[in-house]
Design a binder for this molecule. Sequence first.
Ligand code: FAD
Length: 432
Amino acid sequence: MEHIVIIGNGISGVTAARHIRKLSDKKITIVSAETDYFFARTALMYVYMGHMKFEHTQPYENWFWKKNRIELKKGYVKTIETKSKTLHFADGDMLQYDTLVIATGSKPNKFGWPGQDLDGVMGMYHKQDLDNLEKYAPNNKVCKHAVIVGGGLIGIELAEMLNSRNIPVTFLVREDSFWDIVLPEGESKMINRHIKNHHIDLRLGVNLKEIIADENGKAKGVVVAETGEIIDCDVVGLTAGVSPNIDFIKDSDIETGRGVKVNRFLETNIPDVYAIGDCAEQHEAIGQRRPIEAVWYTGRMMGETVAQTICGNRIEHKPGHWYNSAKFLDIEYQTYGWVFAKPGENEIHFHWKHEDDTKCITVCFDKNTNEFLGVNTLGIRMRHETFDKWLTEKRDVDYVMNHLSEANFDPEFYKQYETEILLSFNNQFQKA
Ligand SMILES: Cc1cc2nc3c(=O)[nH]c(=O)nc-3n(C[C@H](O)[C@H](O)[C@H](O)COP(=O)(O)OP(=O)(O)OC[C@H]3O[C@@H](n4cnc5c(N)ncnc54)[C@H](O)[C@@H]3O)c2cc1C
């Protein structure tokens, strides 16, 4: 019987396994070095914050895998020998496959900073990072001060986590304004203020030079590159982005760039070897999408797609309209379609912000055709299906603005802002 081996038990690998099982009787093995069972990585923060136990992040009961004849193997794959179709494990074990799916996810970036591997220094990605955080930052007596390096979605989550245990945080952000490579200026500046309002010591436009060790090899401070200032701390969180977790593949004959190179069918250059999720890199970007997309739903979608192909129905990965959601402390963020930090040559941004400084929207449209291109909302929840439909229908911005309440998740709540938003749009663009 054909043996499908999947390296990685994250959302991508597990979705592939579940769908292959639905479609076939093939033998399936999932390999992971991280945990015995699949868990929702996006929920890790809530475990530290005490909202749930780690077991609650596991979407399936432990009996699920055996019942569905999905074998689980714990172990770290050190090398892939594609000619003999063999995986070699760090502990000397071997495993034969007929078809291989690489779904090894991401790892936190480390840029060779002196001290980056000291005790008390961690990323915020793996279950082990959570365990380390419990060890080095259980409360504000053991950890009197923490420094976070890197201002993106994971950095701000880590700041919120530490904040929840009253641990003072200094947040070192390279950019001049929070996540301003992605967020338009009005949004980014609003989030700067929101972070500071939470008593987080946000430092903009600064870089980490090095992490200093105490006599036991544990972090005791960081040096700021620009000023030479030493900030004492017990914990350093490295959250300067992630990159594909593929170092162990570099010695094989599977083609890699930043990630494992795949075509639209998620096939690598080696027959019967596929790559999906955070670790996969498209040869050519699909539309305006990035060649590597480290987001949950892309991994899930790729898992479903590759399962179809492996089971005989060869289909392309078609990601559809871009969307994403996250949270900046108390402010929810959603994005649908394309709203770049700065409008493109033929684009216009309409920005509205509520006076309480916790809600805003940015709508992007084509200045020649008026076509609606995308929307960011902060502090106001919108409906994914509605925007997805409007993007597919290529609605113009006037239609979208006049029907915005239909996209709202909470119409009662939104009613308060509807008139103000529309008025502001009409004023700004001289509409009737
Ligand atoms: C704190 C945090 C918050 C996030 N929040 C969001 C969010 O709100 N929205 C969103 O869309 N995305 C979010 N993400 C990103 C999202 O979680 C990832 O895109 C997704 O989990 C990637 O899934 P994956 O299956 O590709 O890889 P992973 O979940 O990384 O799983 C890969 C697995 O493979 C294992 N592995 C790797 N190499 C080997 C090897 N050599 N041998 C054996 N096993 C190996 C790893 O240990 C890991 O268990 C968040 C991520 C983090 C860390």
